[in-house]
Design a protein around this ligand. Structure first.
Ligand SMILES: [Zn+2]
Length: 63
């Protein structure tokens, strides 16, 4: 599999993961951003799956 960065058009063989808080109106989740290693453009952002699960369990307990 080979993919190119849409910005610098260099081949991307790995991405840099960085902690990236995701802000909603009243909440903030732990997220992860995936950056191009060449130009540091953010290629994708995702929720930290572990944090999301934690949040979900706490929410479920409150109800
Ligand atoms: Zn790039």
């Amino acid at each position: 599999m080979s993919s190119k960065c849409p910005k610098c058009e260099k081949p991307v063989d790995h991405v840099n993961a960085r902690a990236m808080p995701i802000q909603a109106s009243t909440k903030q989740w732990r997220g992860v951003s995936y950056d191009c290693p060449h130009c540091h453009t953010i290629l994708s952002v995702a929720l930290d799956p572990a944090a999301f699960k934690e949040e979900f369990v706490q929410d479920a307990k409150r109800r």
